[in-house]
Design a protein around this ligand. Structure first.
Ligand SMILES: Nc1ncnc2c1ncn2[C@@H]1O[C@H](COP(=O)(O)OP(=O)(O)OP(=O)(O)O)[C@@H](O)[C@H]1O
Ligand SMILES: CC(C)(CO)[C@@H](O)C(=O)[O-]
Ligand code: BAL
Length: 291
């Protein structure tokens, strides 16, 4: 695996592969890798001739009071994991490589981006859409891989690619979880041991929603209140977003009917934000077992 830090060098390295008609897959990340990221790499490796992973902690998507400075970083460990996963090129630019001048140009998906997580992180999704567009322009991948854990991000990127006719297939990958069900996430390292134990309630809250819907609850507000009640059993959990939405448009739904619905959770434990979600197909919603 070759690590490259400049746009020009990466373009030059990929040009010969593109000329030779090779399929190029891109896995964008912010580093501090875990098994969830490696699942994206595994998918990319199995579907492309050339795999590029990127590691860039993108300042544009962090608010002024967020964790940009303390975001966990370990490039040497990440390099070893990506090499082991069969990645060909790691693009790990510095901020001045990606943004030599302050950005004048922004890609925004304002409606989808101001909902849900966007309502508590204003500007976040414009930062994501802008950097992802720039990465697409630099790498020009045939396929790009994103986790369903960040469901809203995935839908925003899909919509951006459709609206702007960006020539890339966006591939969503199922959420990889720890043994107790908590979604793997780089920010899980911020959790104290008590918070980490408590955080297992988040995936269980998804089970609870599924159970409520399987039990016949059709009013979205009632399902959301049931989930909030469930989370209130854990004093360390501070739910900021508990929302039942249309999985594609992310718009509120009037009633749980026959179509699948998205439950999206954004829950804070101390200063750590945890995201999770599940698309629930009402007809198949089963009495999920809670450990
Ligand atoms: N548990 C997971 N399963 C599948 N994909 C994941 C998982 N966690 C992250 N990803 C995906 O990996 C890509 C890079 O994500 P990122 O580097 O922000 O990691 P993260 O663990 O989500 O970090 P954070 O804790 O900062 O949200 C994104 O497409 C994200 O959805
Ligand atoms: C897609 C992404 C790499 C853009 O910075 C980031 O938002 C992430 O890691 O999910
Ligand atoms: N995984 C999403 C990137 C972020 O929270 O900034």
């Amino acid at each position: 695996m070759k690590t490259i830090t400049t746009i020009a060098e990466l373009r030059a390295a990929l040009a010969e592969h593109r000329r030779a008609g090779k399929g190029i897959g891109l896995v964008p990340t912010m580093g501090y890798l875990h098994v969830g990221h490696m699942e994206l790499v595994r998918r990319a490796r199995s579907e492309n001739d050339v795999v590029v992973a990127s590691i860039f902690v993108n300042p544009l998507q962090f608010g002024p009071n967020e964790d940009l400075a303390k975001y966990p970083r370990d490039l040497a460990r990440d390099q070893a994991m990506l090499a082991e996963g069969g990645v060909d090129f790691l693009f790990a630019p510095g901020v001045s490589d990606m943004y030599p001048r302050p950005m004048e140009t922004v890609v925004d998906v304002p409606k989808l981006g101001s909902e849900l997580e966007g309502s508590v992180r204003p500007g976040h999704f414009a930062g994501v859409a802008t950097v992802v567009t720039k990465l697409f322009n630099i790498v020009q991948p045939d396929r790009a891989y994103f986790g369903e854990k960040d469901f809203q991000q995935l839908q925003i990127i899909r919509r951006m690619v459709e609206d702007l006719a960006q020539p890339v297939s966006v591939i969503g990958v199922s959420t990889v979880r720890e043994a107790d069900g908590l979604a793997c996430s780089s920010r899980n390292v911020y959790l104290t041991s008590d918070e980490r134990r408590a955080a297992a309630i988040v995936p269980k809250a998804l089970d609870e929603a599924e159970r409520l819907i399987a039990g016949g609850l059709t009013e979205p507000g009632a399902v959301e209140r049931g989930v909030i009640d469930f989370l209130s059993a854990e004093p360390l959990a501070r739910p900021e977003v508990v929302a039942l939405r249309d999985p594609e448009t992310l718009e509120p739904i009037l009633e749980v009917g026959e179509k699948p619905v998205l439950l999206l959770l954004f829950v804070r434990f101390g200063s750590t934000k945890l995201l999770d979600n599940r698309v629930i197909a009402p007809k198949s919603a089963h009495f999920a077992k809670v450990a």
